[in-house]
Design a protein around this ligand. Structure first.
Ligand SMILES: Nc1ncnc2c1ncn2[C@@H]1O[C@H](COP(=O)(O)OP(=O)(O)O)[C@@H](O)[C@H]1O
Ligand SMILES: O=C(O)C1=C[C@@H](OP(=O)(O)O)[C@@H](O)[C@H](O)C1
Ligand SMILES: [Mg+2]
Length: 259
């Protein structure tokens, strides 16, 4: 029986939604206090691999704990299987920032795996948890946030994230996504024809993912190379943002916003 054929769970009750902010706060504190844990396939290599190219702008204090970073907060969005969890973890190691995977935080909040949340509580409840988690992690300092594939699709989440900082969107072809997800359980990909399902869902979502700040391809590239490109692009983004902040036009925009 596929997920779609099952009787849908009842909609979440007011009571179960009411405690979400507090439950998210508690789970986040536990997650941040625990020793960082690599996700499936993720390694610590980015800590010790000397980064090259633009990233050589990293301070000579690299490795001493005093690190010059392009940003103090960044989120990773994109379709399932593009590598958000793994690359986000490695990016957080490279920039020495906290790492929060929103799906992992939700599993702590609910005490169930993501497939169990979908099956037993319903997608609606999962999306409510996701929205609460986004509202909290958008206020977090010094963090890399790996989102779930659907998080950025929801308008309020997208607005909160883009307001907070840069959102890097990872991209991969449907075939790569299929290869990377076929042995794991993604509730939305439980279908007779998972590759067809990936293609149609990706088509539906593509235009929204394009609203991200920085776009990086992940096909056929090791995660270290992707991390390196993200860091280079974040430097360019932050340089451009600082240059704009010093123009008279930006002062005029700030004055209008303050009126
Ligand atoms: N650049 C990559 N090259 C090869 N495998 C990758 C790459 N990025 C991620 N993976 C693997 O693909 C699978 C899905 O990656 P994951 O980070 O969970 O994606 P997402 O969080 O976007 O769904 C994991 O097994 C992960 O180790
Ligand atoms: O695309 C989506 O709607 C989802 C993506 C998943 O995360 P990953 O993108 O990390 O697999 C997870 O949040 C859930 O299964 C729903
Ligand atoms: Mg993930």
């Amino acid at each position: 029986m596929t997920l779609n054929e099952m009787t849908p769970p009842p909609p979440p009750s007011e009571a179960s939604l009411e405690c979400l902010p507090e439950c998210v706060e508690d789970a986040l504190q536990v997650l941040l206090a625990a020793p960082p844990e690599a996700p499936e396939g993720g390694s610590d290599r980015a800590f010790v691999t000397p980064l090259t190219g633009e990233s050589s702008r990293l301070s000579p204090m690299w490795g001493t704990g005093l690190i010059e970073r392009p940003v103090d907060w960044v989120a990773l969005a994109g379709f399932m299987g593009t590598g958000k969890s793994r690359v986000g973890w490695e990016l957080s190691r490279a920039l020495a920032l906290h790492f929060v995977d929103t799906d992992k935080l939700i599993t702590r909040v609910v005490g169930k795996s993501i497939p169990e949340v979908f099956e037993q509580e319903g997608e609606h409840y999962f999306r409510a948890c996701e929205a609460e988690v986004v509202s909290r992690v958008s206020r977090l300092e010094h963090a890399v946030i790996s989102l779930g594939g659907g998080t950025f699709i929801h308008e309020a989440n997208r607005a909160a994230l883009l307001e907070r900082g840069p959102v890097v969107v990872l991209w991969a072809t449907p075939e790569t996504v299929y290869q990377r997800t076929k042995h794991s359980d993604r509730p939305l990909l439980r279908a007779e024809d998972p590759l067809g399902r990936i293609r149609s869902l990706m088509d539906e979502r593509e235009g929204v993912y394009r609203q991200g700040t920085i776009h990086v391809h992940s096909d056929g590239r090791p995660s270290e190379e992707i991390v390196e490109e993200i860091i280079e692009r974040l430097w360019s983004w932050s340089d451009a943002a600082h240059a704009w902040a010093e123009t008279p036009e930006s002062e005029a925009v700030a004055d209008r916003a303050a009126d």
